[in-house]
Design a protein. Structure first.
Length: 260
């Protein structure tokens, strides 16, 4: 009986690992292919082939990369463009705080794993039920995405001239669109949808008046705001329930006194 139970447990673990790998590959391939859009956009903004490839190899966070080349293409100051990209990439440090606890990687591996702490690896890793599954999801997503993103960046930069006017293709929207498509099914509760909606409104409203990257960071304020309002609403509901219970208790006490 114990051997049969052990075999069943091993089969379940194998199936779970297979599902994690499948999901991780799906995200890595879908987003990794959009590195082509970055390569084309970067080359169109005036960056050389070497500069474009080094950005993907060293920075490896699509939103920051697109923000940088977009600002340069619009004629922005390089230092301002870099600052906006930096502020946009700050969010990855917050991901790292959570992932470091979840993955609990050996100290020697942490500097290398930090390179893969991005939106997509975080989105795949956090929902996993076990540390083993989280590690598999993180590693497979990170490796697949890193390799594909850099390869397609190279291909896009090389093929930019053949495409002509890159602005007309709207390729800079490819990576955000892919990530939104992956993220949307994860918004299951009403609170999550409201938070996402407020964050979008904040980002769009602040975009015309703040430097690139800052509106995205400030849109994170939607989460504490919704949590605060939700807590107030629950507190009010609890107070109302308590008042009703107290009123019912008072009526019971009054009825008891009358019966006496």
């Amino acid at each position: 009986m114990s051997e049969a139970a052990g075999a069943t447990s091993d089969e379940a673990a194998a199936k779970s690992d297979t599902a994690v790998v499948r999901d991780a590959l799906g995200v890595g391939i879908a987003v990794g292919l959009s590195g082509f859009a970055f390569g084309v956009t970067s080359a169109g903004s005036g960056l050389s082939l070497l500069q474009t490839c080094v950005l993907s190899l060293a920075v490896f966070t699509g939103a920051s990369q697109f923000a940088l080349v977009g600002a340069l293409a619009a004629g922005g100051n390089p230092y301002t463009a870099a600052a906006g990209a930096f502020f946009l990439g700050v969010r990855n440090s917050f991901y790292g705080l959570r992932l470091s606890q979840l993955l609990a990687l050996p100290r020697a591996l942490r500097p290398f794993a930090a390179q893969w702490v991005i939106d997509e690896t975080t989105a795949v890793t956090l929902p996993q039920p076990t540390r083993r599954a989280a590690r598999i999801g993180f590693a497979v997503t990170g490796l697949t995405l890193y390799v594909l993103w850099n390869l397609t960046t190279l291909v896009g930069a090389l093929g930019a001239k053949a495409l002509g006017d890159t602005d007309a293709w709207g390729l800079d929207a490819a990576s955000p669109a892919v990530f939104l498509a992956l993220l949307a099914p994860m918004l299951k509760s009403t609170t999550e949808r409201i938070t996402a909606g407020i964050a979008v409104l904040l980002a769009l409203g602040l975009l015309p008046v703040l430097p690139a990257g800052v509106p995205v960071l400030l849109s994170a304020l939607a989460a504490p705001a919704v949590l605060f309002l939700s807590g107030r609403r629950k507190g009010t509901h609890r107070d109302a329930e308590t008042s009703r219970c107290d009123a019912a208790t008072d009526r019971c006490d009054a009825a008891t006194e009358e019966s006496r």
